[in-house]
Design a protein around this ligand. Sequence first.
Ligand code: SF4
Length: 501
Amino acid sequence: MRSFSKSKLVALRQCQKRFWLEVHQPQLRKESKLTLASFEQGYQVGNIAQRIYDPAACGHVIDVQAEGFERAFERSAELLRSPATKSVFEAGFSAGGALAFADVMLPIRKKGRRVWRMVEVKSSSSVKDYHLDDIAIQAYIAQSSGIELDSVSLAHIDSSWVYPGNGDYHGLLKEVDLTEHAFSRKAEVQEWIAQAQSTFKKKKAPQVAMGSHCTTPFECGFSEYCSQDLPKPEFPIRWLPRISAETIQELAAEKIDDMRYVSEDLLNDVQQRVKHHTLTDTVFFDAQGAKEDLAEYTFPAYFLDFETIQFAVPIWKGTRPYQQMTFQFSLHILNRNGELKHMEFLDISGKNPSNGFAQALIAACKKQGPVFVYNAGFETTRIKELALRHPALSEQLFAINTRVVDLLPIARTRYYHPTQQGSWSIKKVLPAVVPELSYKELDGVQDGGMAMSAFFEAIKQHTSTTRKTQIEQQLLAYCKLDTYAMVRLWQVFSGRTDLKL
Ligand code: SF4
């Protein structure tokens, strides 16, 4: 009988077709950047968990990649039998047609017997529904292989915890006892394993229609493969901005997936506008309205954008897991006579850039003039966080927030081009309004996610100086384009085509 890993069984819980493809045609899977980033995050949290649960570093780590499955199972069994073992990480079990590796196994004595406490470590900030299946499978396989489990817990990130520095990560993880739940689902897990065995034997992939299960609870790596032969609507209803899930469901029930067939009664004004200009391939531009929206703002005008990073495992003292940390800004300053200056901040030293960022921002923004941003909530929240983190600078930082003007609502109300496909992200609006500018021309970093990954690579100690310099240039070019894009949007919206920008 073939044995299936816990991750395959979890895939089966999501979709039978996914399971079949994972086993028979894994080469068709294409993981998204988001999925790959979450793997990397899980890896980091796993490493820190070993330090937390084994501060004296006297535990054992099973490395299935290096040891191979057979040896990994043998060595795990030996270690779990040995009275000298203090802790085992990634211990492997195999039984009843399934196999699994436990993140943490800790021995305890109970009624004179040596039993085990199993801890599954997750990089999420709470227990999710799908973790419950994961835990149940894990416990079942361990128990079936003869391990006497006393308890099963899930340790997730405590996002309220503040890193005290010096590599002290005690408190990063919060344990939730799920023993009762894990132990009560034995029959279900057996059923899943039986289902996996029968699905595996099928000659062809089971027929499963695409739906919400393709992205929940995980983004499925076979989405591109599964959707390749589906008829594609010419004007998908997902291009209708902020269309509710309820309306999409109602339309799906009537087999409507193209906005041509969506009744106007179901749409608000903006959605009707998008539908009309998409179907007629025409541009909507309320030039007078946009000009009036911007008329009250004087010079100098500032155009500001931030880049941030979030760490599941904080690296800077005084910061929390998943806290948005600003590491870069770009600022264009436009004077009355059309003179355009550029200022920027980027710290790839690996030290906490927060204070330097706040000081540079205050100095660059001066004291007067509108500060244009695109989607103001993001920048104003980051400025507020900086102000709270640096009380000595808070007055000046809060003063910047009072000057912030958001270009996004103006774009949303006054402009729409069919190539935007229902989105007003600056990446969609810029090439529509200013076709000669494009993010695609940028080398290396072309969006916020790429900026985050590039920064993370740049601050690592082992990254070469040459690579650091290359990343620095790519980040600077990317963020600079973001604020220059805003300048050009402002120019078109305010009707100042007389300025040579
Ligand atoms: S894309 Fe959807 S239907 Fe296709 S295998 Fe994945 S979950 Fe199943």
